[in-house]
Design a protein around this ligand. Structure first.
Ligand SMILES: *[C@@H]1O[C@H](CO)[C@@H](O)[C@H](O)[C@H]1NC(C)=O
Ligand SMILES: *[C@@H]1O[C@H](CO)[C@@H](O)[C@H](O)[C@H]1NC(C)=O
Length: 392
């Protein structure tokens, strides 16, 4: 009541003041004040709502310094991780402890966001490493089955895990058509158009390919592995889903590397059966093999590739070859049309990958184009020598 009265008085005063001034100016001032008050009320309401449904969590301090943390709070420890939050999240905090006590696990959603790549305190990044590489694991059946694949591969000698992104959905999503027959291209296109979230516009895939935004074809992958000097007795474990029209498309790779393997060729059908209906569990098996392999080579970019790369760095900078698809597409063209001889081609392929083997390096930052910077989980250098300091 009082607020409403006060507001009325104010408006009244404003009106009085307005009468003494040129009317258009007064009018503008009046509306500026009214609109400002309305915006303020809307903002307050929005913040209240956001706090209630938890969709936006803006700590107050974020407006002043994006990376400052609230002062440490002293709680009596009951043996669990205590999460310090502030600014309207009290309800959440009250809800967290009982849940972690009941379930023993806490999921921090969105901690792999781009905002968490750089500029965080070192101890926080190291905590993330301990969570990612020490605390988290797969269920027992997945771990055991993954280990079984690794054991079989190990018996035969060194092996390379190839994340060959050449599944039908990858082709449909990217629109990349190199090496597809007309019928295959039509089938893949139809898949794209039947997905609501994927683009329904024509894709200039040749341009995409020039930019390095297409996955390597299995044929080109065979060439590149040979050019890199991967011995033809090496077992190549194909860590991937179902390769699109694999009989035809894997022929070159199988000719160059007779020891091709996959979870389907190593496990008995009944061993693989529990995972068949769960793409994420099938991928988890490949993840385990990819971590353990002597060399890991992804043919496209994806979250799994980045996660594997980071994990392998953590395990002692195990070799991960990040293919430079942009340069490779050009070189492969030149080799195929006779502009480059094999030895020149091979030399160039080796040269451009000398610095792309997952060795110690600072994470690439790019504040102007955050999408292009390296993710923390592909290179958690704060946790790794020679950058890691004493705390661990
Ligand atoms: C593997 O390489 C050796 C020589 O390096 C060659 O003699 C042999 O034919 C190759 N095998 C295949 C399957 O290409
Ligand atoms: C070979 O391919 C490269 C790269 O696409 C191209 O620039 C060049 O003109 C081609 N040369 C011939 C002889 O076709």
């Amino acid at each position: 009541m009082e607020t409403a009265m006060g507001g009325g008085t104010k408006a009244g005063k404003m009106k009085t003041a307005a009468e003494k001034q040129p009317s258009s100016m007064a009018c503008i001032k009046f509306w500026v004040v009214v609109i400002s008050i309305m915006l303020l009320i809307l903002w307050v309401c929005a913040m209240q709502l956001a706090t209630l449904d938890g969709k936006i969590m803006v700590p107050k301090s974020a407006f002043f310094s994006p990376y400052s943390f609230p002062p440490q709070r002293v709680y009596k420890s009951n043996g669990y991780l205590i999460i310090s939050t502030n600014g309207g999240l009290n309800q959440k905090r009250l809800g967290v402890l009982p849940r972690i006590q009941k379930r023993g696990v806490l999921l921090f959603a969105q901690t792999d966001a781009r905002l968490a790549n750089n500029g965080l305190p070192e101890e926080l990044q190291r905590l993330r490493c301990r969570v990612n590489y020490k605390a988290l694991g797969f269920t027992r059946l997945i771990e055991e089955t993954g280990r079984k694949i690794v054991d079989v591969l190990r018996e035969k000698g060194p092996f390379l895990a190839l994340h060959l992104r050449y599944e039908k959905d990858v082709l449909a999503f990217t629109g990349c058509k190199k090496g597809l027959t007309k019928e295959e291209a039509a089938e893949v296109k139809q898949m794209r158009y039947s997905h609501d979230g994927w683009t329904h516009k024509p894709i200039d895939w040749k341009k995409k390919q020039e930019r390095g935004s297409c996955p390597l074809t299995p044929e080109d992958t065979a060439l590149v592995l040979q050019a890199l000097g991967i011995d033809n007795t090496t077992t190549i474990y194909i860590a991937a889903g179902e390769i699109y029209n694999k009989e035809r498309r894997l022929a070159d790779l199988a000719a160059a590397y007779p020891n091709l393997a996959s979870k389907q060729t190593i496990l008995r059908p009944e061993e693989l059966e529990p995972f068949m209906e769960h793409a994420d569990q099938m991928a988890a098996l490949d993840y385990i093999v990819a971590i353990e392999s002597d060399v890991f080579v992804p043919t496209f970019v994806g979250n799994m590739d980045k996660a594997v790369e980071g994990h392998r760095r953590y395990l002692g900078f195990k070799t991960t070859i990040s293919l430079d698809r942009k340069l490779l597409f050009g070189l492969i063209d030149q080799y195929k049309n006779g502009t480059l001889l094999w030895d020149e081609f091979s030399l160039l392929v080796k040269k451009i990958h000398e610095d792309r083997r997952g060795k110690p390096a600072k994470r690439r930052e790019n504040p102007d184009h955050p999408r292009q910077e390296d993710n923390f989980y592909s290179n958690p250098y704060e946790c790794l020598p020679p950058f890691a300091s004493t705390f661990n």
